[in-house]
Write a protein that binds this ligand. Structure first.
Ligand SMILES: [Zn+2]
Ligand SMILES: [Zn+2]
Length: 281
């Protein structure tokens, strides 16, 4: 089912040009008219580079962004985006990018969000004490297609230079640091318009959200009926032992909490013996 939001005006409560990927997807996927909430300074709610500390969890921050944009625009349908970076929650040695998208619909009293975790990120930072170290870091993280941030030391926002995408500017600024101190700190700029990898993860998150918004609950007919958990145990086709593959998906309505269990979500009733703990240990 689609068309629940069709014809409505939707504002994006976001800075840093995320509308480049969000607008075409939302317009095609939800048949809404998309505009950006101009004049919204979401940096007041926290920045990645730490000039303004983030205090709330991502969902609360995204909700605040939506509410600010609703006040500013008078629109009752707003989408906000929120991202965070750090060690992967299960594989600590890998950096990960977690993206959230939250849609607030005041007309229908709906709040629907999606969260997407990706390891396709260049998130990194390190000290450098000469230009060779700096340039090795820069090429490892995809500079200059991906922007960089330079600062005097890791937690010092003083004299911070953001959004560097020009090799000459990088070298000149770093040289200036190294004239007065023995080292500087370089890190990836994670703002979407300076980070095509992040833009890609935001795009994937938007696709997941649109899928969720176009899936309506069989009980209350409202959008937001989505898979929230998987139950493993699809039996091996040879010996019948339960495998780690999903036997069922649990779908829950984000509005009325109606639940449904869908058996054999991948369209097959048994698993190949090559994934069986008994047949192929
Ligand atoms: Zn088996
Ligand atoms: Zn429902």
């Amino acid at each position: 089912m689609s068309g629940f939001f069709e014809g409505r005006q939707l504002f994006i409560a976001s800075m840093h040009q995320k509308e480049q990927v969000l607008q075409p997807l939302l317009e095609a996927g939800l048949k809404v008219n998309v505009a950006v909430a101009d004049g919204l300074n979401t940096d007041l709610l926290g920045t990645f580079s730490g000039e303004v500390a983030r205090i709330a969890d991502p969902l609360t921050t995204a909700r605040k962004k939506c509410e600010l944009a609703m006040e500013l625009t008078g629109c009752d349908l707003v989408l906000a985006s929120e991202g965070s970076f750090g060690a992967h929650p299960a594989a600590f040695f890998l950096p990960a990018n977690e993206e959230w998208l939250l849609l607030l619909d005041r007309k229908n009293g709906l709040e629907i969000h999606t969260r997407h975790l990706s390891t396709a990120t260049n998130f990194a930072g390190q000290e450098f004490s000469n230009l060779e170290e700096l340039e090795a870091f820069a090429s490892r993280v995809g500079f200059p297609s991906h922007g960089l941030i330079l600062r005097r030391s890791k937690d010092n926002p003083e004299g911070i230079l953001k959004g560097i995408t020009d090799p000459d500017q990088l070298r000149t600024a770093a040289q200036r640091f190294l004239e007065t101190q023995s080292s500087g700190f370089v890190e990836t700029d994670m703002r979407a318009m300076f980070n095509p990898s992040r833009m890609q993860v935001i795009q994937e998150t938007a696709q997941l959200l649109i899928q969720k918004l176009n899936s309506c609950c069989p009980s209350c007919q409202l959008p937001g009926f989505a898979v929230t958990a998987a139950e493993s145990g699809l039996p091996c086709s040879l010996c019948g032992t339960p495998s780690s593959t999903a036997l069922a998906h649990l779908l829950v309505c984000s509005h009325c909490q109606h639940q449904e269990k869908v058996l054999f979500p991948h369209g097959k009733k048994t698993e190949d013996p090559q994934y069986c703990q008994v047949c192929n240990p």
